[in-house]
Design a protein around this ligand. Sequence first.
Ligand code: ZN
Length: 321
Amino acid sequence: MKPIRIELPTDFDVGPVNCYLFTEPEPILVDCGVDLPASWNALFAGLAQHNLTPADIRRIIITHPHVDHSGQAARIAALSGCQVWVADLGYDWLTDPKKMFGLRAEYYRDHFLRQAGIPGDMARVIEGYFAQVGNDTTPVPPESVHIFHVGEWLEMGGANWQALHMPGHASHQTCFYQPDSRQFLSADMLLPKTPTPIVERPSTNQSRQPSLPIFMESLDRCEALDMDWVYPGHGEPFQNHRQLIQKQRDRIHQRKNEALALIQQGCHTAYALVNEMYAHYPPAFRFAGLWMLIGYLDLLEAEGRIGVETVDGVWQYYVNM
Ligand SMILES: [Zn+2]
């Protein structure tokens, strides 16, 4: 059976998020929207069309524990007694979001935002945002959580779907692939609009993971899969995934080359570059641009086309001759 899309509003720039419902053999949700009254009402209305309520849900499967995908899990689990399934990689974010957002805010404050050359007032807005999201996110109690592992097969809608690790947008992201019907629940990996590679706190004693180069690898793996229908985390389901992937890849390389040209012209910090490349955006959107820009710089560095030196704690990019 095909997953039934229920679109739920969010208060994020990304717009509504998709939750997918399987009704048989038992009601299962894949992702469940942000914890807001409007989202709850939309979920209620969507389920009612299939004579269900949130209390009937037997399982929620989380693609990645970002608040727009997992925000209502605790509320639904409390009502229905259902288990919330998440990959081991995402367990901490689901059960202790306050701590995880706190750690991320700390990393941004003490390292990343300084290295990117972001001025104090803008940095404080970003730190405040993380603190707020951490506080506003309802943790799922550990006793309601069931952990799955990547590579494992999960039963949904009477078929087996393989959990595939697709890092890039988030390091803990999983997608679900059904090879017989060639259906793909793509989370925020394949979206009509290229997802943002979020800069995450590195694990202790490790250096920062270059998220856009990692995203491009995941994109290659998606391209290799036979897919008939893609069910994305945001926007309408679509076909012809290879065409979309090629378009997004071309755009990434084009923007990456624009960043290279700007470095050649004398923009040497991430902050200077983001202000040039996202000048047409209001400042709140430029922060999302910063993640993408760091991604372009990581790609250029991986290709050996630029180098980076830390001067007074700030990354300075230069073109390799
Ligand atoms: Zn999302």
